[in-house]
Design a binder for this molecule. Structure first.
Ligand code: S3P
Length: 184
């Protein structure tokens, strides 16, 4: 059973995923890393040279491949939920999907402060950054909710706190980790 993290840019998927991997003793896989390694291009370069739709194809191919693995913690890119098929392949393989829910204000602050944004987060529209974030979060909200088995609020919380909440769900939710010691 894989643990899959979905959520908008800046929701903390990569940081939480890395820590959760350590916490659960599972390998962590970041879909964007996987794509960059495969193509030897940054996400921004893929967008610039080949366009967003080509990136989405690469993303779906990466997800199809990663979902064949088992026992991993997987962080998806913020737009992976837009294709129904991406979430289906995870779910068909029995993954549990956690949605890290973030407000536009918190996402904006984190994106601005994250040096990875330069290579990882090309513009998704011609709007100013905050408007783009607000509109995209609104547009994607139903997709995140449909994908989610569990919604985890991420605003104003450190990654460690989010990790503990996810671990608690997994321990108590009839999933694989049930047999591990309960978390106080
Ligand atoms: C995207 C989010 C990015 C990356 C790409 C597209 C999006 O991932 O996959 O820039 O459409 O929101 P993060 O959510 O890890 O920033």
């Amino acid at each position: 059973m894989n643990v899959v993290l979905v959520g908008f840019r800046g929701s903390g998927k990569s940081t939480v995923g890395r820590l959760l991997g350590v916490r659960l003793n599972r390998e962590f896989i970041d879909c964007d890393d996987f794509i960059e390694k495969r193509t030897q291009l940054s996400i921004r370069e893929i967008f610039e040279r080949h366009g967003e739709s080509h990136f989405r194809t690469l993303e779906s191919e990466a997800i199809a491949e990663i979902s064949k693995l088992d026992g991993k913690v997987i962080a998806t890119g913020g737009g992976a939920v837009l294709k129904y098929q991406n979430m289906q392949v995870f779910k068909r393989a029995g993954a549990v999907v956690f949605f890290l829910k973030v407000s536009p204000e918190a996402a904006y602050e984190r994106i601005q402060g994250d040096p990875a944004s330069r290579t990882r987060r090309p513009a998704l529209s011609d709007k100013d950054p905050f408007t783009e974030i607000r509109e995209q979060i609104e547009l994607r909200a139903p997709y995140y909710l449909q994908a989610a088995d569990v919604v985890v609020p991420a605003d104003g919380r450190g990654a460690a706190e989010v990790v503990e909440e996810i671990a608690r769900h997994l321990a108590g939710g009839g999933h694989e980790e049930r047999e591990t010691a309960p978390i106080a």
